[in-house]
Design a protein around this ligand. Structure first.
Ligand code: HEC
Length: 270
């Protein structure tokens, strides 16, 4: 038997070192048996529906419920905010009224949101004055960081068709997709394929042309770009689900940067 103080401590430590793995083994064993014996928390095991699964509870058998009218998304802006419309206040009011008229002709009745979708599809039908429909200022100040983000988002979502330089000659176009409108009124690249724009003149907006206006893409108001991204246009799908509103504006800022920088000469002129 060790009698010194230090000796006793060493002996205790020895016992502790031996005990520890034993205790751990015991605890693990207990934990395992208790799970097997049904002692686990019930929260992990509750009735639930997988998305779109059938349900007997609701009359229409849908377990995934449609949103109630008036539900507001946490990040939702007021619908009249140009940040989410790209429209001037006057055009917003007009579209709303026009929407109400369209809705009356339709059966079954549409929801408010559906009515607005009809009224403000791009290109908007019969705009009173296409030059006053869209905002021509950004709804927030564009910083260097916004521009960078815009560049990144443009490269992800637009360059595939519109090309990295915005001349409409992206990879998907190379493989036979419809030719997107060039964002430039001049060729930006010597290797560029010379194409006939369906609207006479390179870089002229086809949307504006439908309303009888000759608007080069580098003069089109930013709100117009916003609407095209949000609603799609002709052969171009809409990107409202993939790109949040603020990012759409950042993309537009980057498109404008492309328009100002491609083919810029030393004097800064195009
Ligand atoms: C799948 C290919 C595709 C993608 C991706 C795409 N576009 Fe388009 N875009 C087109 C085509 C094609 C047209 C021309 C549609 C037509 O004339 O019917 C077009 C037209 C446009 C117009 C309208 C020009 C006009 O003539 O008035 C704008 C603005 C535009 N795109 C911006 C964008 C932006 C910004 C993005 C990225 C968020 C984007 N597009 C992504 C194919 C695409």
């Amino acid at each position: 038997m060790i009698t010194t103080e230090r000796g006793t401590r060493n002996a205790e430590r020895g016992v502790k070192t031996l005990m520890r793995p034993l205790l751990i083994a015991l605890a693990t064993g207990l934990a395992l048996t208790s799970t097997g014996a049904g002692c686990r928390q019930k929260m992990a095991d509750q009735p639930y529906y997988r998305p779109l699964e059938e349900s007997d509870f609701f009359a229409d058998k849908r377990a995934s419920r449609p949103l109630e009218r008036g539900v507001v998304h946490r990040a939702q802006r007021l619908e009249t905010d140009p940040l989410v419309t790209g429209l001037t206040a006057a055009e917003w009011t007009r579209a709303r009224e026009a929407g109400a008229v369209v809705a009356k002709l339709d059966a079954p009745p549409l929801t408010d949101a559906e009515r607005l979708m009809r009224a403000i599809g791009a290109p908007r039908y019969a705009p009173s004055d296409p030059t006053k429909v869209y905002v021509d200022e950004y709804p927030f100040q564009i910083t260097q960081a916004d521009l960078k983000r815009g560049q990144e988002r443009y490269t992800i979502f637009c360059a595939v068709c519109h090309g990295p330089l915005g001349n409409g000659q992206g990879k998907i176009w190379e493989r036979g997709y419809l030719t997107p409108t060039s964002f430039h009124t001049k060729e930006v690249n010597d290797a560029e394929v010379k194409l006939k724009n369906p609207v006479e003149g390179l870089g002229l907006s086809r949307g504006y042309k439908l309303w009888g206006h000759r608007v080069p893409m580098d003069e089109a108001p930013v709100g117009y770009y916003f609407e095209v991204i949000t609603k799609g246009y002709g052969g171009m799908p809409n990107y409202s689900a993939q790109i949040p509103a603020a990012d759409r504006w950042r993309i537009i800022a980057y498109v404008q940067a492309l328009q100002k920088t491609q083919r810029a000469d030393a004097g800064g002129k195009k």
